[in-house]
Design a protein around this ligand. Sequence first.
Ligand code: ADP
Ligand code: MG
Length: 683
Amino acid sequence: MAIGRDTNIKFIKGVGPAKAAMLAKLGIFTLGDLLEHYPRRYEDRSQLKPIRALADGELQTFQAIVGAVTDSRPRRGLTLTKLTVRDATGTAQMVWFNQPYVKKWFRPGMELIISGKVERRYGQVQVSHPEVEVVDGADLLHTGRIVPVYPASESVGQRWLRTLIRQALDAEGDRPEFLPPEVLAQHKLMGSRAALENIHFPADAAALEAARRRLVFEELYLLQCGLLYLKSLNRQEGAGIKHGPDDALVKKVEAALPFALTKDQRTALAEIKADMEDARPMQRLVQGDVGSGKTVLAAIALAKTAADGYQGAMMAPTEILAEQHCHTLAQLLAPHGVRIAALTGSLTKRTREEVLNRLRDGLVDVVVGTHALIQEDVIFRHLGLVVTDEQHRFGVRQRALLQAKGPTPDVLVMTATPIPRTMALTVYGDLDVSVIRELPPGRKPVKTYAVGGDMRARVYNFIVKEVAAGRQGYVVCPLVEESDKLEVQAATQLYEQLKGTYFRDISCALVHGRMKATEKEAAMRAFYGGEVKVLVATTVIEVGVNVPNATVMAVEGADRFGLAQLHQLRGRIGRGEHQSYCILLSDNQSPETRERLAIMAQVQDGFVLAEKDLELRGPGQFFGTRQHGMPDLKIADIVKDTGVLLEARQAAQRTVAAPGLFAAVRPVLGKRFGDHFGMIFQG
Ligand code: ADP
Ligand code: MG
């Protein structure tokens, strides 16, 4: 059988089904996966020292000749194996406990390279459980070099992995060169095969550095090529809908707004309108902090597409948010004759059918919904504009699916999670960006306090006081990452407890992700209507919920949330005329936690918090682990590799602009990022 990258790992020599199952736990299923199982770190065992010069208490490497090997049983249940080795400068003793089998590895006169922690005892050099390798002319893998340390497990050891990967490199060593020669030359990149070799078994420190740079570059370059190509496809000249200049409907909607738009809103709106009036399809992201007023821009854009006889669709990540948008749009647009419908997972079969029919027949102008919108049976008569809210909850792929419901609709993406520029380039690399930094006038910053659990009574009594003054509030339950079910349990418990104590005389309600949609809706509606004063909730309220009368929020277990997420939560208050208060409760009072939460108390700017969060938690954790649209990066770290990212993006821009160059790269994209981009690059 021919061995290739797609070969199942169990067919590799020395693996077999049992070992294959263990490798699967490390995410290794094929030979290709094995080759891409990059080291977690390296140990420099390349500096050989004479025995006499070995430093006490440190990890050292030396070369020596085997003398005697002995076995003894000083106590019951203990075997002691001792190996004496020597070089021209002295002798040293290797020791193993309860590993009698090591004895048969050694013959007198054998030459070894040994790495381990050196202890000097009574003038004698001793190393317990050293890493030992026989010098026999073959490449050294475990000692005498810069040694890779892999993500491993109890059943998959370093030595075994190293040997296996060495073998894989020798069997399938020929790594094709995916990068165009121009790019390689211009960015002075190491060749493909050499990079793979040196990322695993670096010749020296410089080779390791060059190999890593090459692989990081490659990964980011390919991703950028994909994103930029997507952008070029979407922005093709003449392919889109050319909306007309604002007609009477748009003017009426704008004139009826209860407030004047801020300068940033006006700028973003002008950019949106210009894109819509252009013959190329719009691909625009509006990035604005919580409460900066993005929804109203979406409403105006939707009015504009309706005015021209097209349909608009707005997709939100949660039912609550979809409901709320529906409510807002109904207020802003319905009085001017725009026909609005909701499409969520909780509709009855009959209502759903009805909405689908009206959509197909063009009897609905604007539909607001959840993921339910991208289902196959949702058909539009003439989709002109797609808006996705809180885009970080959706991937490129879901956006593409909704977009595909019309020939070439304009696309507007909104996010309240301000993301750092470098991350924006990877997540939103295919979009044009408008930024709203300014908040509507008159907003008072939310006073934020980070306190320990000993303040709990005061916190809840304060909420009671705010309610007595006519305000409303939120209690956010601790995040339980591992399980939805446990989270719901904890939330229910907290709710019962509060109702039985502090909130005895206050009407409160619980909302969480596992409630029936109708129950959730009823609770939310009562909160909107002011009948419910305190909403005890999990992070389902994280995005978009808008009740200006809510002025206080207590977050339990605040240390479990990321800063960006806390900022989102805090964005639920401070939306009205009254001073608002956010209290971050945490029983974890370690200095790091205090410091992190103190940042929340000091900083109100979501962009600044996002940068901090990315710095503190790294890109993987940034959006919370549950949902995000980021592709899986194998080696690049967009926080540490910013420099390479910018270089790779420039290179990708040149590549995508040159059809000949791009043709060479294109086939690789589907393989690498197919899941992220959908079908576009497959076949
Ligand atoms: P977000 O950007 O978080 O989605 P919203 O669109 O929900 O923010 O707006 C937050 C609140 O601010 C809403 O109640 C909205 O009506 C109000 N708002 C939006 N723009 C302005 C403005 N220019 N002046 C005053 N209030 C505004
Ligand atoms: Mg919003």
